[in-house]
Design a protein around this ligand. Sequence first.
Ligand code: PAF
Length: 280
Amino acid sequence: MQIFEEIEPIRAYLDDQRRKGKSIGLVPTMGALHQGHLSLIGASKGENDLTVGTIYVNPTQFNNSTDLAKYPRSLEADIAQLTQAGCEVLFKPSNEVMYGKTDNSLKFDFGQLDKVLEGKFRPGHFSGVALVVSKLFNIIQPHRAYFGQKDYQQFLVISRLVEELKFPLQLKSIPISRETSGLALSSRNQRLSEEGRAKALLLVKSLRFTRDELLNGQNINDVRKEIQARFDGTPGAKLEYLELADRNTLEALQHGEKESAVILIAGFVDDVRLIDNMLL
Ligand code: PAF
């Protein structure tokens, strides 16, 4: 795997590859890689001649400096996993390379799309994501870019970004990877104890319960009361939101219309913030 840390050398290398007719797949990550990331690499390898993985913990998408400081980092293990997965190129820039001397004041506003759910609890988060993803799209100029469905809202925001800024690339959303227990894979799981991992199953169990109740005709407000009680009864667990929303606009829904709705949940388990979602 070729590793680049600066913009000009990777641009020159990829320009050359494009001239040779090679298609390029981009898998942006913040490192602390797990099987979910590797499934994105696998998807990219299946559809492109060259896969570029990126590892960059982007400060502008963290609205909380403690969360940024505690974000897991495991560069050596990440490089070993990417190499083994057959990723051909890694871009791992520094803050200096990505932001230079700018004051990070460039902001994005996606209207309602980035004000609800994650956007409500993490103000500015999606502006930071859009900023760094735009930079990566401009630097790598991929034919296709791969993102995990676990960050459901992020994918919709990036889709709007691509549409508005006319990035000439195809976006791909890859299904959530789960442990056999059902726990959605997340870099943040690394911060959970064994007991914490067991408690974190509350998220996927809540999604399954909500899905079944909604399909039985219940409305989300009634189901949320039950889920809130389950979180309240679990020491160290805190529910931030449980919402039923339109799959494309994230507009809140009361009742589940099969095939047009998604259930989204976020909560804390022992101070670790986790998210998950399930299509109805
Ligand atoms: O999903 C992530 O890991 C990050 O939000 C991304 C897309 C790499 C941007 O920093």
